[in-house]
Design a protein around this ligand. Structure first.
Ligand code: FES
Ligand code: FES
Length: 159
């Protein structure tokens, strides 16, 4: 399409160029043009957190960012959490061990929000964990197992 603009950005450590319409959200660009469907679209208006990604190290709702604003940015999506050999990130491991996912729709966004938390606060309190995922709605778990899993991952990093 002639009105598309090409942007260059880094996604999960890989240089990408994406041709995008000016009104494309970063969420849609990641899911469609970049083919990374791990990031979920729940509300598309900034209320559910299922689209949480890291943009230059900070958690953001990708549905609220115009893709063109991501020119030159470093993006991490849930697909970028695991090691190159496919070994799950310790957060993913702890989510599995704690049974912190039921339908799993909220899980990618919460994992990314939790990664940002542990990056800044390796040993968070329960309140800090609650605050970090306050923008992420889970309709299934009641949050207890999610908080347990994040706490477990933080304890493991101390070893
Ligand atoms: S899809 Fe972005 S906050 Fe809900
Ligand atoms: S596990 Fe279903 S919405 Fe959270």
């Amino acid at each position: 399409m002639s009105d598309r603009k090409v942007i260059a950005l880094t996604v999960n450590g890989e240089q990408r160029e994406l041709a995008l319409a000016p009104n494309r959200s970063l969420l849609d660009a990641l899911r469609t043009e970049a083919g990374l469907t791990g990031t979920k679209k729940g509300c598309d208006v900034g209320e559910c957190g299922s689209c949480t990604i890291l943009m230059n190290g900070k958690p953001v709702n990708a549905c609220l960012v115009l893709a063109l604003e991501a020119e030159g940015a470093e993006i991490i999506t849930v697909e970028g959490l695991q090691a190159p050999d496919g070994t799950p990130h310790r957060l993913q491991e702890c989510f599995m061990r704690c049974g912190a996912a039921q339908c799993g729709f909220c899980t990618p966004g919460i994992l990314v929000a939790a990664k940002a938390l542990l990056g800044e606060t390796p040993r968070p309190t329960t309140d800090q964990i609650r605050f970090a995922i306050a923008g992420n709605i889970c309709r299934c778990t009641g949050y207890t197992k999610i908080i347990d899993a994040i706490a477990m991952a933080s304890a493991e990093v101390q070893r």
